[in-house]
Design a protein around this ligand. Structure first.
Ligand SMILES: [Zn+2]
Length: 203
């Protein structure tokens, strides 16, 4: 790292914490395996209860403070201990729960490009939304600048949805997520994206 890179690093990141995110440290994380290169970004969708936006429930879930009795849906996930590195609300507001140097618990059982346990080598980004639903322009803007900043920080080679790394088990972010728009905002080549998206993405 040369001087200007170090300066930029200090401006945007404090160790693995992004300056433009609201930090809410989660207890749900672990160490990455020694020598891991973080090269994958995983995009998710979540809302609690599903389809209801703007509340604090997702942040509460990731920090183990959700009141399981507050809604019937929460019964179905009672005791769940999960996290993501980042969460982007409908208005584009960005939250961070886990240091990017650590392993967040977002992918679960997963496999992508020959490797299992994608949590080991990925950054997890949750978008407030539902599987198959549309997302807001403000969310794409935040996501795009976050991905660019992550790529400047890590050796990012791939970006995929949860549905691509856990097919048949997960469907987020789903059909409503505009991968073409994200690709255009990022200017990343098609090879960074899942093979199944090749037909809709620019070469
Ligand atoms: Zn997911």
């Amino acid at each position: 790292m040369n001087n200007s890179e170090a300066e930029r690093d200090n401006t945007l990141w404090r160790s693995g914490w992004y300056r433009f995110a609201r930090a809410m440290p989660s207890p749900n994380f672990g160490l990455r395996p020694p020598g891991t290169v973080v090269d994958l970004i995983v995009v998710h969708a979540i809302s609690l209860p599903p389809g209801q936006y703007g509340g604090p429930e997702v942040q509460q879930l990731f920090s183990n403070t959700l009141d399981w009795n507050a809604h019937p849906y929460f019964e179905t996930i009672r005791g769940l201990e999960v996290s993501a590195h980042f969460y982007i609300q409908r208005n584009g507001e960005l939250w961070q729960f886990v240091d990017c140097g650590a392993r967040a618990w977002h992918a679960g059982r997963s496999h992508y490009l020959g490797r299992d346990n994608c949590n080991d080598h990925s950054i997890g980004i949750e978008l407030e939304g539902i599987d198959g639903g549309l997302f807001e322009t403000a969310q794409y803007e935040t996501l795009s600048s976050l991905c660019a900043s992550l790529a400047a920080q890590h050796n990012i080679q791939h970006i995929a949805g949860h549905e691509h790394i856990a097919p048949n088990r997960k469907a987020d972010p789903g059909e409503g997520f505009d991968w073409t728009f994200l690709q255009q905002s990022l200017g990343w080549p098609t090879k960074y994206f899942p093979e199944v998206l090749k037909a809709v993405l620019a070469p």
